[in-house]
Design a protein around this ligand. Structure first.
Ligand code: ATP
Ligand code: MG
Length: 426
């Protein structure tokens, strides 16, 4: 038995978890500006919720699922992504009903699970922050959703993010392209990887998504899907481009980008950054107009994205972005002698109830060790409490940076520490 974390998982420890909280809080704030509301779905789903919607021939479903049969013989999988579960919930909870305001805008944050080979920015349990907008084909939604991700990256201080854009068109455009791609790839079949030879039969667009070097070479001169868009698809794509330009959001067109999931149509996109010379996708998404119907709901065109939190933090780290984290304590109480233990507890509680970040010594240590703790917690002020302070009801509060001191009554500390802080800072 191994008493260590499973391969591809991480403990998010203090020091790191503050960064997670910051990113999550900023995402919530940003999404709120666009009227998004949070949804929390189960960590596991029936296998069927994921398998056909994500695609029976995708890598996620064929290779990466954490699935098992539970004690009731139900085929269960840990969720590998967020969109299919949210769509399942949307339909199950009848969010399509006319009394629910459209579009419905939902966001989620949480763990996803994929059995992959772990490496930098690739884990088996990883976290996504994602959004889904249900109920309109308006290309303005495609663009505002992309703009929302861009706003978040901007507010986080991430640099060198490039928006990659493509269109998969509607189903008839895709059928025409599929044939063109088969015609192009068939003569090259022998040079393709084993997986891609199979993909060529089952789902040729998946060959474009392959990471095998021989497949990448083979698809270099593949026909472009953009040459197969019908009028409706062309208009949608052109409008998205115009609206991106209206908002001054730069992008590049990437015709070989297909995304690793089968449910997309029309607009698809990725935000790619550069980390130590290699490209890393931190956010990806697109339009999926048939998924709600697939789950038994009415025709509901939809758009969404997922971003990888580990990758986001990796990029922030590599780019040397320092997040404005507030970690310091307002006050540290040093406690001299066991007799002061109870009074110290009353005092620290009174401070916390006034809204301050307060900590005290619990270990009855030498004063020097207690001052060291105050420093390492970044305490703004220090209050020293011993028997004589308790008897006189007078204490000295010291600004730990300027060394300025004030002597005040314990009652003042308990009822109006705000005023004491103000005097010490002035
Ligand atoms: P990739 O091509 O890198 O495998 P993907 O197409 O499988 O990515 P999506 O399913 O679109 O990724 O997931 C959205 C985002 O989630 C990715 O852009 C990435 O930032 C993150 N992500 C995906 N898989 C992992 C993983 N195994 N570990 C960490 N982050 C991941
Ligand atoms: Mg993947």
């Amino acid at each position: 038995m191994k008493l260590q974390k499973p391969k591809g998982t991480q403990d998010i420890l203090p020091g790191q978890s503050e960064k997670w909280q910051y990113v999550e809080a900023l995402a919530r704030e940003t999404f709120k500006k666009y009227r998004y509301q949070e949804i929390r779905t189960p960590i596991f789903e029936h296998y069927e919720v994921i398998s056909r919607s994500v695609g029976d021939t995708t890598d996620i479903v064929t290779k990466e699922m954490y699935d098992f049969y539970d004690k009731g013989d139900r085929h269960i999988t840990l969720r590998p992504e967020g969109t299919a579960p949210v769509v399942r919930s949307y339909v199950e909870n009848k969010f399509f009903a006319p009394e629910v305001q459209k579009p419905v805008k939902l966001y989620y944050m949480g763990s996803m699970f994929r059995y992959e080979r772990p490496q930098a920015g690739r884990l088996r349990e990883f976290h996504q922050i994602g959004v889904e907008c249900f109920g309109t084909l308006n290309p303005a939604v495609d663009v505002e959703t992309i703009a929302m991700a861009a706003q978040l990256f901007d507010e986080l201080g991430i640099q060198n993010v490039t928006l990659h854009l493509n269109s998969l068109g509607n189903s008839s455009s895709r059928a025409a392209y599929r044939q063109a791609l088969i015609d192009y790839l068939t003569p090259l079949r022998e040079g393709l990887s084993k997986d891609s030879q199979r993909r060529l039969e089952e789902n040729p667009l998946r060959v474009l998504d392959s990471k095998e070097p021989e497949d990448k070479v083979a698809v270099e001169n593949a026909p472009s899907i953009l040459d197969y868009l019908d009028e409706e698809s062309q208009i949608h794509f052109d409008t998205v481009r115009q609206l991106l330009e209206k908002l001054d959001i730069p992008y590049i067109i990437d015709t070989n980008m297909v995304r690793g999931l089968d449910y997309y149509n029309h607009t698809i996109f990725e935000f790619v950054t550069d980390v130590a010379g290699s490209e890393l996708t931190i956010c990806a998404g697109g339009r999926y107009d048939s998924l709600v119907e697939y789950f038994g709901g009415p025709d509901t065109p939809s758009f969404g994205f997922g971003m990888g939190v580990e990758r986001l933090l990796l990029v922030l780290d590599k780019q040397g972005v320092s997040l404005p984290l507030e970690e310091e304590l307002d006050i540290y109480i040093t406690v001299l002698g066991a007799e002061a233990n109870g009074r110290a507890l009353e005092l620290v509680q009174a401070l916390r109830r006034q809204g301050f970040r307060a900590e005290r010594d619990y270990l009855d240590r030498k004063i020097k060790a207690q001052f060291k703790s105050a420093d390492s917690f970044g305490a703004k002020t220090i209050l020293t409490l011993g028997q004589s302070e308790i008897e006189s009801n007078q204490v000295t509060v010291k600004n730990n940076q300027t060394r300025a001191e004030v002597t005040v009554s314990l009652t003042d500390v308990e009822t109006n520490f705000q005023e004491i802080l103000k005097n010490l800072e002035a």
